[in-house]
Write a protein that binds this ligand. Structure first.
Ligand code: FAD
Length: 386
C-alpha cells in the first residue's frame, strides 16, 4: 500500500479516537451497524460485548500500525483468515463487516476529514485485509476447528492450571504458536492460549492458564475444567520462533505463563542439527510463581547449550504460600529485580534473536530496556499485544 493511503487511514482513525466517546463510540457504532444490517451475525458474538469492542479496537489499531510493514502484518492476517473459518464466515460476512466499518468511520470522522480520498484509502486497506484473509482461508486444507478432550487438569498454583488435551486430529503447529480456544462453560468466548509442548504423535497438547481476576474464561478454565470436557480449538497462529536465523544465539524472556511457548520450542530444540546457544530468563513476582522451574532446570542439565536464569521481584513468598518453594539444587541463583532491567544489564544481547512473552506492559517495558542497551528492535520478536 502506498504511503498516502496509509497516512489517510492512520490520520482518520486517529481522529475517530479523538472524537467524543473515542474508540469505544466507534466500536459501538460499528457493531450497531453490523448487527442491524445483518442480524444473523450476532449469534457469533458473546452476550457481553465490552471486551469484544476492546479487542476489535486493538486489532484494528495493530493492523493500521503495521500497514507499512506488510512482511509483518500480511502473514498474521492470513493466519487470522484461517482461524476465522471456525465461525463459518462467508464472503457476505466479510462484505458486511467492510460496509459497517466504512459507515461507522464516515459517521464518526469529521466531514472535513472524511473525503472521497479518505474513503477510497479505507476501501483499499479493507480490500487488502479481506483478500489476504479469504485467500488464506480458501487455500487451507485442514479442518476449521479441532476438538480437544481434557485428559488432565492440574492446579500447580492456586491461580494457575496446567491442562492437557488430546486432539481429535493432528494439528500441524510450530512450537511457539498459539491458538484460540472455546471451553464448554463459556460459549462464543474464544481466548488465545499458547502451546506449552511441541506437536506429539499421540496428539496430546498442553496449555498453562493463569486465572485473571474478574475475567470471564480463565477462572472457568483454572477452576471448573473437568476430565472429559471437550474444547474447540482454532487454527494455529503466531510466528514466535518460526523464522529464526541459523547460527544466531537466542535470548528468551518470559513472565508467568509466558514460559509456555518458549518451553514448547526448548523441548523441540534438541532435535535440531545446529542447536543455538540459548539463554532463558523466566520471571515472576514471587519465587512460587516460577512454577515450571523443575522442568526447565532438568532440560538445562541435559542440554549444554541452554542456560536458565530465574528472576523474581520479591525474594520471599507471600505469607499464604506454604510448602517447599526452594530453587532446584544446583540451579543458577535467583536474581531479584524487575525482569527487563535484570536481563538488559546481565550481558550483551546484540547479535541474539530475542523473544519476549508476557503481559503487554511487560513486553513493552522489556523491549524498551533492551533497545536502550543497544539491541536492534528488529531482533526482538513477540506476539501481537492484543
Ligand atoms: C497471543 C496470546 C497468547 C496467550 N497465551 C496465554 C497462555 O498461554 N496462558 C494464559 O493464561 N493466557 C494467555 N493469554 C491471555 C488469554 O488469551 C486471556 O486474555 C486471559 O486468559 C484472560 O481471559 P479472561 O476471559 O479470563 O479475561 P477477560 O474476560 O478477557 O478480561 C477481563 C479483564 O481482565 C483484563 N485482562 C485480560 N487478560 C489479562 C492479563 N493477562 N493480565 C491482566 N489483566 C488481564 C482485561 O483487560 C479485562 O479488563 C494469551 C493472550 C495472547 C494475546
Amino acid at each position: 500500500m502506498d504511503s498516502l493511503t496509509t497516512s489517510l487511514v492512520r490520520s482518520s482513525f486517529k481522529s475517530v479516537g479523538a472524537s467524543p466517546g473515542g474508540e469505544n463510540a466507534f466500536a459501538r457504532a460499528f457493531y450497531a451497524v453490523l448487527f442491524a444490517s445483518n442480524p444473523e451475525i450476532r449469534q457469533h458474538f458473546p452476550a457481553a460485548m465490552d471486551d469484544q469492542r476492546d479487542r476489535l479496537m486493538h486489532a484494528i489499531g495493530y493492523v493500521i500500525d503495521q500497514l507499512d510493514t506488510p512482511g509483518e502484518v500480511l502473514p498474521l492476517l492470513a493466519q487470522l483468515g484461517r482461524d476465522h473459518r471456525k465461525y463459518g464466515v462467508t464472503d457476505d460476512h466479510y462484505n458486511a463487516v467492510a460496509d459497517a466499518l466504512i459507515t461507522a468511520l464516515a459517521n464518526l470522522t469529521g466531514t472535513e476529514l472524511w473525503t472521497d480520498e479518505t474513503e477510497r484509502a479505507w476501501r483499499d486497506a479493507i480490500a487488502l485485509i479481506v483478500a489476504t484473509m479469504t485467500d488464506a482461508a480458501n487455500a487451507e486444507q485442514g479442518p476449521p476447528t479441532w476438538v480437544g478432550t481434557v485428559i488432565n487438569h492440574h492446579r500447580v498454583l492456586d491461580d494457575l492450571a496446567i491442562v492437557r488435551l488430546q486432539l481429535d486430529q493432528t494439528m500441524p503447529y510450530v512450537p511457539g504458536q498459539y491458538v484460540s480456544v472455546q471451553v464448554p462453560t463459556r460459549p462464543r468466548m474464544w481466548r488465545y492460549l499458547s502451546f506449552a509442548t511441541p506437536p506429539r504423535p499421540d496428539r496430546i497438547v498442553e496449555f498453562h492458564v493463569r486465572r485473571v481476576s474478574g475475567g470471564w474464561v480463565s477462572p472457568a478454565i483454572t477452576t471448573d475444567t473437568r476430565i472429559g470436557d471437550t474444547w474447540l480449538i482454532g487454527s494455529p497462529l503466531g510466528g514466535l520462533g518460526v523464522s529464526r536465523r541459523p547460527g544466531r544465539r537466542r535470548l528468551m524472556i518470559a513472565e508467568g505463563t509466558g514460559i509456555a511457548p518458549l518451553r514448547a520450542q526448548l523441548l523441540d530444540m534438541p532435535r535440531l542439527d545446529d542447536t543455538p546457544r540459548t539463554h532463558v530468563f523466566v520471571g515472576g513476582t514471587y519465587p512460587c510463581d516460577l512454577y515450571d522451574l523443575d522442568i526447565l532446570w532438568g532440560l538445562s542439565r541435559t542440554c549444554p547449550w541452554l542456560t536458565v536464569v530465574p528472576v523474581i521481584e520479591n525474594s520471599d513468598n507471600p505469607w499464604w504460600v506454604s510448602g517447599n518453594t526452594q530453587n532446584p539444587a544446583g540451579m543458577h541463583d535467583l536474581l531479584t529485580g524487575q525482569l527487563g532491567r535484570v536481563v538488559a544489564t546481565y550481558g550483551d544481547w546484540t547479535d541474539h534473536d530475542i523473544q519476549v512473552v508476557g503481559s503487554p506492559s511487560m513486553v513493552r517495558a522489556t523491549k524498551y530496556q533492551l533497545m536502550a542497551a543497544g539491541v536492534d528492535s528488529a531482533d526482538i520478536c513477540h506476539d501481537p499485544l492484543y
